[in-house]
Unconditional design. Structure first.
Length: 360
């Protein structure tokens, strides 16, 4: 009995080497009828090439869907097309919004971001942070980023000086260390808090407490404290700042605890201004627990304009808005210009007072 032979009608898988070929400058040169060197000069925007030749090469490259090889480009230009971004922490939406602004601008600039954080949790300040900060900055240098954007900490000044000494462009944002010979993009924190307190004073309120972090730790917190004091001083209004200005952790829990203490000592407080929205959110919780009607009995204002400021269950939070996304876009643009060898000036952005239900 003969056996029936069954043919396998399944289509054969294509050989591995049949993948779509990557277009190279050699292909573009052949199509354009020019040398490899000419195509290379056009792609790297260097050398003297006639406008007609440059246009023809670029049109052919676009038609062939050419994508530059980033590794090859970095070897030629000695650039990695990476910006290093160093933040104290990445677990809050404030920093993430700044990064989003940077990333959108980097798409236009054909750059990518390499993120590095000094620690995993926000609102902590410990001496053992120093080795973590130094390692975080070293990691960016090791990856040969073209430039670094950093929220600086004076305790890591040695690392910053080494970065500058190695000719790596360094841009400071949100804070600056005056001793460092590099530009910064800041927000006018003093004016932001001044606007918030002046608004309350102009409404006739006088018993206005302020939650701050203490002048010695963070530059922005010290600036906001000065803004609080200046609003009183400019209107010639005397106040017991030792009683009204309270240092605390600017977290939700820190705001709750500090507001509870303030309300126990002075149940007739007319307003509490906090140096962060997180602390202001805690203040609102403590006020509700104490039976206070916001804003009829007491007004609350925060700082930063975090996303949750619009999502409160009782009242939306009045706050001082920082131009976070704009700052991020400007940081990417500034660093790009610095990488090109341009000297850029330091810049101070203006905040905006946003009045919502918690202080109407």
């Amino acid at each position: 009995m003969s056996r029936k032979i069954i043919k396998n009608d399944k289509k054969k898988s294509p050989p591995r080497n049949s993948a779509i070929k990557r277009i190279t400058i050699k292909d573009i040169a052949a199509q354009a009828g020019v040398s490899l060197r000419t195509v290379s000069l056009v792609m790297n925007e260097s050398g003297r090439i006639s406008e007609a030749t440059r246009k023809r090469v670029l049109e052919i490259a676009a038609a062939m869907n050419y994508r530059p090889n980033p590794i090859a480009q970095s070897l030629v230009n000695r650039r990695t097309y990476l910006f290093g971004v160093n933040f104290p922490y990445l677990d809050v939406s404030f920093n993430n919004t700044i990064i989003a602004g940077m990333e959108r601008k980097c798409v236009e600039l054909d750059y990518e971001l390499l993120l590095s954080s000094n620690k995993f949790s926000s609102f902590s300040y410990m001496e053992n942070d120093i080795p973590i900060m130094e390692k975080s900055l070293d990691r960016l240098v090791y990856r040969r980023v073209d430039g670094i954007v950093s929220v600086p900490d004076i305790r890591a000044i040695k690392s910053y000086r080494e970065i500058i000494a190695n000719d790596i462009p360094l841009l400071q944002i949100l804070r600056n260390i005056p001793e460092l010979p590099c530009p910064s993009i800041l927000v006018n924190n003093e004016r932001g808090m001044y606007l918030a307190v002046k608004y309350l004073l102009d409404r006739g309120l006088r018993e206005i407490a302020f939650l701050h972090y203490g002048e010695a730790k963070f530059q922005e917190a010290a600036d906001r404290y000065r803004g609080y004091l200046r609003a009183f001083q400019e209107q010639g209004i005397a106040a017991d700042f030792d009683r009204l200005a309270v240092a605390c952790d600017l977290t939700f829990r820190g705001g709750v605890d500090a507001a509870r203490r303030l309300l126990q000592i002075n149940p007739n407080l007319e307003a509490i201004v906090a140096a962060t929205d997180y602390a202001a959110l805690g203040v609102m919780r403590a006020c509700v627990e104490a039976g206070k009607n916001i804003p009829k009995d007491i007004s609350v204002i925060g700082f930063d304009d975090m996303d949750f400021a619009l999502l409160q269950g009782h009242q939306t939070l009045s706050t001082v808005r920082q131009p976070k996304e704009q700052l991020g876009a400007l940081a990417a643009e500034y660093l790009y210009r610095m990488v090109q060898g341009e000297k850029v000036p330091s810049l101070v952005l203006e905040p905006e007072l946003v009045i919502r239900e918690s202080s109407i």
